[in-house]
Design a protein around this ligand. Structure first.
Ligand SMILES: [Zn+2]
Length: 419
């Protein structure tokens, strides 16, 4: 079993150890006799850092330190901790990295402190939800940019989230000592822990935030709550087993607030508004857009009706119906459909319409009772233009990749109707 130094001192960022085994495949990795590197477990993500093989014993040969980057740390089933390295083990001294080699471990302190802040914030916050609302935490997740807890509760409202956040930050401000204690399982059962792990182990490691939270945990924590810095609660969402609450603590909270501020500032600038007026301004703009959309629809309808009347008036009747063939530009597919409907609604007519822009498109329509098949005719026409489309017997539509050849395609379609 690897001796876990972080159990006793979570601020230990440098340590000496001895290599127990060296693994080259599938990824280069080291197992040490002792380590301060934290492996991913209990919701907390692993440390990163460096393993240095010092030049002791090689100084005469003029070698300098060999450094290996630790990119991932994981537990094995038999209680060892594996340090995965980012590159093959190319120590300049042949055979120097082997069982028995002395190394120095250096942990990325900023990353570890961040993890301690997030993890300790979780303890403080979970206890706040239990104490205020009887909501227990069923799981904890730490991602690279935010953390979340899942609460066992059928409901969670905004006031409850705000109250829990306020109480948790009071505990941070009070800078309560956070101690690690070891007790037997029997003792733990009498202490009324927030969470008792379902393990067979005789000895339990307890994290004791004075008069606030007592729980069993194997992670790394701050030594007093003031080091958490602050806790910012963000998104909440309903999940299968209850409610998920996202939060960030410490420098992450500051960085996240900064980012939120930048986003809001950028948005406010678009409206030439103050930051807190953005929702009101956005609502106003959306209302305007909806109104304009409605007005545009009405105008399009009137325009289509007028255009249909003009087109029908100037088109002579042949074979008992009017055949309207027309190519537009600057009209969309919806307008073509509207126009086609108006052209074919009253007297017998066939409309072969196209638009070149903004998107090349075709609409074929005939009045009810006309003998042709617009869907088949459009499909045939689209095949020539390299586009796709379809529809029913009386109305069909399709989009073409480019406007070239549309006029010729319409003429061919018209010829097919007369043959
Ligand atoms: Zn913990």
């Amino acid at each position: 079993m690897t001796d876990r130094l972080y159990y006793y001192d979570s601020f230990l960022y440098n340590f000496d150890a001895e290599v127990r085994s060296v693994v080259e495949t599938p990824r280069p990795a080291l197992i040490l006799d002792r380590t301060a590197f934290y492996p991913t477990s209990g919701g907390q993500i692993h440390d990163t850092g460096t393993i240095v093989v010092s030049d002791a014993g090689f100084s005469g040969a003029g070698f300098s330190d060999a450094k290996f980057r630790v990119t991932e740390v994981a537990d094995t089933e038999d209680g060892h901790i594996v340090h995965y390295l980012d590159a093959p083990l190319k120590d300049p001294r042949p055979g120097s990295l082997q069982p028995g080699t002395r190394i120095r471990g250096e942990i990325d302190a900023m990353r570890r402190l961040d993890h301690m802040q997030q993890h300790s914030a979780q303890h403080v916050l979970s206890s706040a939800f239990v104490r205020l609302f009887g909501m227990t935490t069923v799981s904890f997740h730490m991602a690279d940019d935010y953390c979340s807890i899942d609460l066992d509760t059928p409901t969670l409202n905004k006031d409850q989230v705000e109250a829990a956040g306020r109480r948790a930050n009071e505990i941070v401000t009070e800078d309560r000592p956070t101690d690690v204690r070891y007790v037997t399982r029997d003792e733990a059962e009498k202490l009324g822990l927030r969470k008792l792990p379902p393990t067979e182990r005789d000895q339990l490691r307890l994290i004791d935030i004075r008069d606030w939270d007592l729980t069993a945990c194997g992670g790394t924590h701050v030594s007093s709550t003031g080091q958490i810095g602050g806790i910012l609660l963000r998104k909440t969402e309903k999940v299968r087993q209850g409610y998920r609450v996202e939060f960030v603590a410490g420098q992450r909270a500051v960085a996240t607030s900064r980012r939120d501020f930048s986003t809001l500032t950028e948005t406010a600038a678009m409206f030439s508004a103050g930051l807190y007026d953005v929702p009101q301004q956005a609502r106003k703009s959306l209302d305007e857009i909806r109104l304009l959309h409605k007005q545009l629809e009405q105008s399009q309808d009137e325009l289509a009706a007028a255009q249909a009347a003009t087109l029908l008036a100037e088109t002579p009747e042949t074979q008992g119906r009017k055949l309207v063939i027309r190519t537009f530009s600057g009209r969309d597919l919806n307008f073509l459909k509207l126009l086609a409907q108006k052209l074919t609604r009253q007297s017998p007519a066939i409309a072969l319409l196209a638009t070149e822009s903004p998107q090349p498109a075709l609409v074929f329509a005939q009045s009810a009772g006309q003998p042709h098949d617009m869907g088949a005719l459009l499909k045939e026409t689209m095949a020539k233009l390299g586009g796709r489309g379809g529809g029913g017997k009386d109305l069909a539509q399709g989009g073409a990749p480019k406007s070239d050849g549309i006029a010729a395609a319409l003429a061919a379609a018209a010829a097919a109707l007369s043959s």
